[in-house]
Design a protein around this ligand. Structure first.
Ligand code: FO1
Length: 319
């Protein structure tokens, strides 16, 4: 079975761990969000690609959900001693090595997709990980601060400000001119099923879908497209998705996120059992919907979610 997953960072990575457990023999292609990417200290940092690579490769810091296990922050401390920041972004010593290798390869002329493949040669994540694009796309957030409207990098909004200021707009800068990375459209066209994990629907999956051609390919795919709600009981399972949903005028409920993706994209939607009363509203929007447990408490619970998503795929598109 060929499965394509559009993934952001922590939520996407944890879902993928369960998916691999549920279908160990499946051929899984992950299209990763690169809108969160940031240049720091002259290095290219790709938080979502790295979170997927480290999580599936066994190198992630389990507690934080990002960065390397057994990490130290000596380089960052030394940079701070020179007055060189930003101090608010935690780049660890082991993680620095990844960004140095990536940046050297990019500077040598390799596209991000080839660099990601090379990094995965070390981590062996058990999936094919492709960035959504080789072109530069950076998510910026329009915020109002001291009566002035300005756009800041997504990481500054998310990590430094902890989404504490009102986001008025989310702009994937550069997306309109970006091309899908080699292999993205082919993987979608050849897939037996496309899954939208419980990643952030705006700044993760929304950004991937904003790359011209990707939304059209997914919506038009022969394969069923099944999504899992990142909102349970009216709040994000993790992170601050409610803040960016508000910026695009979508309420933070399991049903509203399904409507936001739309019946043209989704062939099925899973909500958590506590949101069973949302099923009728989602189905009224033309999207088959089931209520099942959606808390990724451990790999087995996550594998059960993945099995439910694949069961719904079979139900909506019998072979
Ligand atoms: N998230 C934080 O909350 N604080 C950090 O200092 C931080 C550093 C960081 C370094 C490398 C990396 O790959 C990810 C990192 N993240 C950090 C996570 C990341 O910024 C966001 O959670 C994602 O971009 C959202 O998907």
């Amino acid at each position: 079975m060929r499965i394509v997953v559009l993934a952001g960072g922590i939520g996407g990575a944890r879902f993928l761990r369960g998916l691999r457990r549920a279908v160990p023999d499946a051929d899984i292609t992950v299209v990763g969000n690169t809108g969160d990417d940031i240049h720091l200290f002259g290095l290219k940092v790709c938080p979502d690609l790295d979170t997927v690579m480290y999580t599936l490769g066994g190198g992630i810091d389990e507690e934080r959900g990002w960065g390397r296990a057994d990490e130290s922050f000596r380089v960052k401390e030394e940079l701070a001693a020179y007055g060189v920041g930003p101090e608010w972004f935690g780049l660890g010593d082991r993680d620095f090595a990844t960004h140095i290798v990536r940046t050297q390869m990019l500077d040598a002329g390799f596209p991000l997709s080839a660099v990601t493949e090379a990094l995965c040669d070390r981590w062996r994540p058990g999936v094919r990980l492709i960035p959504m694009t080789d072109d530069r796309v950076e998510t910026h957030v329009a915020v109002e601060s001291d009566g002035e409207r300005k756009a800041i990098h997504f990481q500054e909004y998310w990590v430094r400000l902890r989404a504490s200021v009102t986001a008025e707009a989310i702009v994937p800068v550069g997306a309109e001119h970006a091309k899908p990375a080699p292999g993205v459209l082919e993987a979608v066209a050849e897939a037996d099923v496309v899954l939208l994990p419980p990643s952030n629907p705006v700044v993760s999956i929304g950004t991937i879908l904003a790359v011209p051609g990707v939304r059209e390919a997914v919506a038009g795919a022969d394969a069923p497209v099944i999504g899992l709600s990142p909102i349970v009981g009216g709040a994000p399972v993790r992170g601050m998705a409610d803040k960016v949903l508000a910026a695009v005028g979508v309420e933070a409920t399991a049903a509203a996120v399904a409507e936001h993706y739309g019946a043209d994209l989704l062939d099925g939607w899973l909500v958590d059992a506590v949101d069973a009363d949302h099923v009728d509203r989602v189905e009224a929007a033309g999207i088959p919907c089931r209520a099942v447990p959606l808390m990724m408490t451990d790999v087995e619970a996550t594998a059960a979610m993945a099995r439910e998503a694949l069961a719904l795929a079979r139900e909506v598109r019998p072979a």
